[in-house]
Design a binder for this molecule. Structure first.
Ligand code: SF4
Length: 129
């Protein structure tokens, strides 16, 4: 979930805060992480290196567990530099995770990291998402 994800969040008065991921990797170890069959088609390492859920647990979105797995304190694809080793083909759930969101800030706090600071403030009528 790390690398160059960005996120936006509306605050009171129609202003938006923009965030840029600083690659801390905290989100890659803070939550349950699952990937879909479609994700595994895109990235073969998911099938080879993660845990397939039983048929009775599988859904269209969740078929493989990436975290937690035995002997890993974060996702098995987070490398020693705390960067995603499958970034270009990472699961959809990782693509959806927004830098600066409440789950992002919570994950940082769990690792005793400071809150991610916004890059800039923009008016909603001036290009805000
Ligand atoms: S696949 Fe990559 S981005 Fe997703 S949780 Fe694992 S290390 Fe993080």
């Amino acid at each position: 979930m790390n690398a160059d994800n960005t996120g936006r969040k509306e605050r009171g008065g129609g202003f938006h805060e923009a965030f840029e991921c600083d690659g801390c990797g905290a989100c890659c170890g803070a939550y349950l992480i699952f990937a879909s069959v479609e994700d595994a088609r895109r990235e073969p390492r998911i099938e080879a290196e993660t845990q397939r859920l039983g048929d009775w647990l599988e859904t269209s979105r969740w078929a493989y567990r990436l975290h937690p797995l035995p002997f890993h304190d974060s996702c098995c694809f987070l490398n020693a530099e705390r960067r995603c080793s499958i970034y270009e083909t990472r699961p959809e759930v990782c693509r959806e995770f927004a830098a600066g969101s409440e789950p992002c800030q919570t994950a940082r706090a769990m690792r005793a990291l400071p809150a991610l600071a916004p890059l800039a403030r923009e008016s909603a009528g001036e290009g805000g998402a």
